[in-house]
Each structure stands twice: as C-alpha cells, then as structure tokens.
Design a protein around this ligand. Structure first.
Ligand code: NAD
Length: 492
C-alpha cells in the first residue's frame, strides 16, 4: 500500500470499551509525516478524564465473567487470531507505520508487522502454561491440624502500558501480548508522535473477539494522559518503555503508590571490535548497529571502540558506509535510511552533533541535517581519537550518530565501555571464543551480542542494567511481570 492510499485509512479516535471515540474535551493534536514534514491527521488529545473512563472500563472488563472466567486456551486462541489479523492487514499497518514514523517500508513489514505477529504467537503459547505449585508445609498449629498449600499465578490487574515512538506497533505488542496472555486488561498509551498503528491494533483485537474493555487505547500527551494513567489507583501495574528521564518520574510515582512497575529505558551501547576481527563483518556490523532505524533504537551501538592499530581502517570503513547511505522517504524503494520522527527530535540530534564538534570531535561524515522538508539527519561518524570526554560519549543521541574511540588493551576498553550510566546492550566482534567470553563476562549490560547487534527475540529476555531499566521483557520471565502469586493454605 502506498502513501496516498494509506492516508484514507487513518483512524483518529481513542479506542475505549470496544469503540472509537473523541476526547471528552474535544481537543486534538497533530501528527505528521516526518519524511515530508506535513501534518497527516488530528488525533484525540486524551486527558485525565478520558484516562479515568478507560481505566474504569478496563477494571470492569477485568472483573467481568467474559474475561475472568475465559479458559486460558481461549485467550491463546484470541491472541493467535489477532496475530493472523495483524498479518492479514500487514500491508496497511506497515504503510501506516512508515507514513507516521518514517521507517523504511521493508522494515515496517518485517519488524513492525512480522515481529508483532511473531510476538503475539509466542506469548499466546504462554497463556496455557501459567502454573503454580503444591507445597507440603512443615509447621502444624494447633496440634492435630495439618496443612496443605498451593500457589496460583493470578493476573496482576489493570495494566497501564506506555510506549515510545521508535517501534510503535512492536513496542505496543511487547506490552499487550504478555499482559493479555496472563489475563490482565490493558490501557495502552502510544507516543503522541506515533499513535496511528496502536489504534488499528485495538480495532483488530476487537475484531479478533477480545471482549470490549480488555484492550483500550488512550491517545494523548505524556504529561497529561500518561501521568494520569500512571497515577490512577485502579491501575495495578505500569509497564513503560521510553527515556530514562521519564522513567525516573514514573518509577518515583509508582514507588510512592507501591505499584508494580517495569521500566525499559535508554542506552548508550558500546560496540567493541577486537584486534582479530574480520574487518568486513566488523565494519558492516558497526554501521548497522548504529544506523538501523536511523539510530532510533534503545540498544543502538552508538559508541565504537577499535584497537588503535586498526582505528583508521575500521572507523574509515564505517564512515564510508555511512556516506553511501541514500536518504529518502520510507516509501521510496531506493532509500536506505528514512527521516527522524519529528522536527523537535531532528533539532535535538543536530544540536548534539554541533556540541560534539565544538568539544573537539572530528566529523568524518554527515554532521547535520539533510536539506528538504523532511526531518532527515545525515548519518554521522565522529572520531574521538584522543578519547576526550565528549558529551556524545555519555549522552544518548537516539539518532544516526556514532562516536569512535581507539584503545590499547582489553582492560582499558572494558573500563571505558562500562563507564556509562546505562547498561542496555553491547556487542563484541571477534573470531576467538575465549576473547569473546572474556568481554561477555565483564560487560555491564542486559544483552551482549557476539558478532551481531540489535538481535531480539520473543524467547530472549531483554532489559537493562543500571539506568537502562528495571525488569525483563520476553521469555518465560515475562509471566512474573504480569501475574501475582497467590498462596492458598488448607487446614485439615
Ligand atoms: P519518552 O520518555 O519521551 O516518551 C515515552 C512515552 O512516555 C510516550 O508515550 C510519552 O507520551 C510518555 N510520557 C512522557 N512523559 C510522561 C509522564 N510524565 N508520565 C507518563 N508518561 C509520559 O521517550 P521517547 O522520546 O518517546 O522514546 C525514546 C526513548 O525511549 C529513548 O530514551 C530510548 O532509549 C527509549 N527506549 C527504550 C527501549 C527499551 O526497551 N529499553 C525501547 C525503545 C525506546
């Protein structure tokens, strides 16, 4: 589906209790096509009143027999049906994502649509495998009485899911699929920049047969709708993906309310090239680690560490790849990199490049915005040959900007890689297993890739050390995030 066609399929309302609706206030906000820099829709600007209604409906749906008494196998079937519908509407969803987020259409198809279907199916399988245990107790009181006990995993309750704009559909599915598999109900708040696919996802869930109110979408701003959702007393669990800055606010609020919370936050992931690496693989790998999704990836490999003797060869190679990338609309088949999500984000990224330049970083390629109406930034490689304390080395850019540093020995590079407040991802590039393991063992990161980067999978736990977050998504561990343990004790 192409741009003009998908423009006609845009839904602009919130999806609450099985219905599309405007905000109670009647207010709307604009969403844009970042490749053209033009407004494409006015979407409902939900506030605390709309959030209150959505949470009340989600709470009601949680307690209604249609959901509470639904056998796990039926929840599994609904999630599988939703996966089928996501695929069946794949062309539309992918085009909508490319239109609103800017990513290349091929990636929208493969990752947003294909990945979402994959995650839904994987999580559907967990619905029938949630189990407790039976326990023999040791203490007997009063005398003559015996006890037998068991545990059950019960749904955590109403889940508030707040997601960012870099993978709008996939991030929404990362939250809703396990929450629904566990029997929770959900109020999802997409990012204000990219609400369109989340609204369609909720419509498709309704079409799949999820009872009204089980999955709701409130579109709105972070400080209003998002904050109201986090604070709502009927929300039992908050799951948030976004910046560390907002994660701190949400974590503090959930702490004050004693509310369950998972935080998937920012990163400044190191790419460590070892001296024995295959240069072709290391160059391609380092370029893809940082430029994939235009650098708007929480695990983007935005710090490159290269042995001093190979610095010019490897970093020059990455700069050559960056220079060759063709920028363009995600709908243009020739494009290899699309725009950033918004004018505000483009300006922030360009400001950080300027700051790096002013602090002494050597711009090897790129170095600013690309001309035109869209929010394009040229893929940029900054050499930091003397390992100056550039802010680019510390701060998350969330754009196509790589800073490269030389090193002399393994201890030095491990210390440099770990000298970050973040700890989300890291990769090491080598052909020697013992060297790879030596790095893997010492890196402070939730995921360490060897000879790859940014590889995620529904079965593989994902999350951060340090300021990159609290908790893990995916895999078996996710069941704990969306259920509570209830202990049941029988006296006889
Ligand atoms: P952001 O923190 O600005 O916004 C994320 C979401 O939070 C949006 O829906 C926003 O409306 C909402 N929000 C903002 N303020 C809020 C508040 N006070 N209360 C409640 N909700 C609020 O992040 P962003 O700019 O949309 O996304 C980029 C960030 O997300 C980067 O830091 C990136 O690393 C991070 N991210 C992390 C992961 C991960 O899995 N660790 C994945 C993707 C993105």
């Amino acid at each position: 589906m192409q741009r003009m066609e998908v423009l006609k399929s845009i839904r602009t309302g919130m999806f609450i209790g099985g219905e599309l609706m405007a905000a109670r206030s009647g207010k709307t906000f604009a969403v844009y096509d970042p490749a053209a820099g033009v407004e494409i829709a006015q979407v409902a600007d939900g506030d605390s009143e709309d959030v209150g209604m959505a949470v009340d409906i989600a709470k009601h749906a949680l307690e209604a027999d249609a959901w509470r008494r639904m056998p796990p196998a039926m929840r599994e079937r609904l999630l599988l049906k939703l996966a089928d519908l996501v695929e069946a509407h794949g062309d539309e969803l992918a085009a909508l994502e490319t239109l609103n987020q800017g990513k290349l259409l091929g990636f929208s198809k493969m990752l947003e649509v294909g990945g979402s279907a994959q995650w839904l199916r994987y999580m559907a399988g967990w619905a029938t495998k949630i189990e407790g245990s039976t326990l023999d107790l040791s203490l007997g009181f009063p005398p003559g009485v015996r006890y037998q006990a068991s545990t059950r995993r019960v749904p955590a309750g109403v889940v508030a899911a707040i997601v960012p704009w870099n993978f709008p559909l996939l991030m929404a599915v990362w939250k809703i699929a396990p929450a629904l598999a566990c029997g929770c109900t959900v109020v999802l708040k997409p990012a204000e920049e990219t609400p369109l696919t989340a609204i369609r996802l909720a419509e498709l869930a309704h079409q799949a047969g999820f009872p009204p109110g089980v999955l709701n979408v409130v579109t709105g701003r972070g400080e209003t709708a998002g904050a109201a959702l986090v604070c709502h007393p009927a929300v039992s669990k908050v799951t948030f993906t976004g910046s560390t800055e907002v994660g701190r606010i949400i974590g503090a609020q959930c702490g004050a309310d004693i509310k369950r919370v998972s935080l998937e936050l920012g990163g400044k992931s190191p790419v460590i090239v070892l001296d024995d690496c295959d240069p072709r693989k290391a160059i391609e790998g380092a370029a893809s680690a940082v430029f994939f999704n235009h650098g708007q990836v929480c695990t983007a490999g935005s710090r490159l560490y290269v042995p001093r003797a190979r610095f010019d060869e490897i970093v020059g190679g990455v700069a050559a790849v960056a220079d060759s990338l063709v920028l363009g609309s995600g709908f243009d088949e020739r494009a290899q990199m699309g725009p950033l999500v918004s004018a505000r984000h483009r300006d922030k990224v360009v400001g950080m490049i300027d700051e790096g330049r002013a602090q002494g970083g050597e711009i090897l390629c790129g170095g600013g915005a690309a001309p035109g109406d869209g929010y394009f930034v040229k893929p940029t490689v900054v050499a930091n040959a003397f390992c100056e304390p550039l802010s680019l080395v510390r701060k998350e850019v969330f754009g196509p900007v790589l800073v490269a540093m030389p090193y002399d020995d393994l201890d030095e590079v491990i210390a440099a890689a770990n000298a970050s407040e973040y700890g989300l991802g890291a990769s090491v590039w080598t052909n020697q297993l013992d060297k790879a393991l030596a790095v893997v063992d010492r890196i402070e990161a939730g995921t360490v890739w060897v000879n790859s980067h940014n590889m995620v999978d529904p079965a593989l736990p994902f999350g951060g050390f340090k300021a990159s977050g609290v908790g893990r998504e995916h895999g078996k561990a996710i069941i704990d995030a969306y259920t509570e343990t209830r202990s049941i004790c029988f006296a006889y």
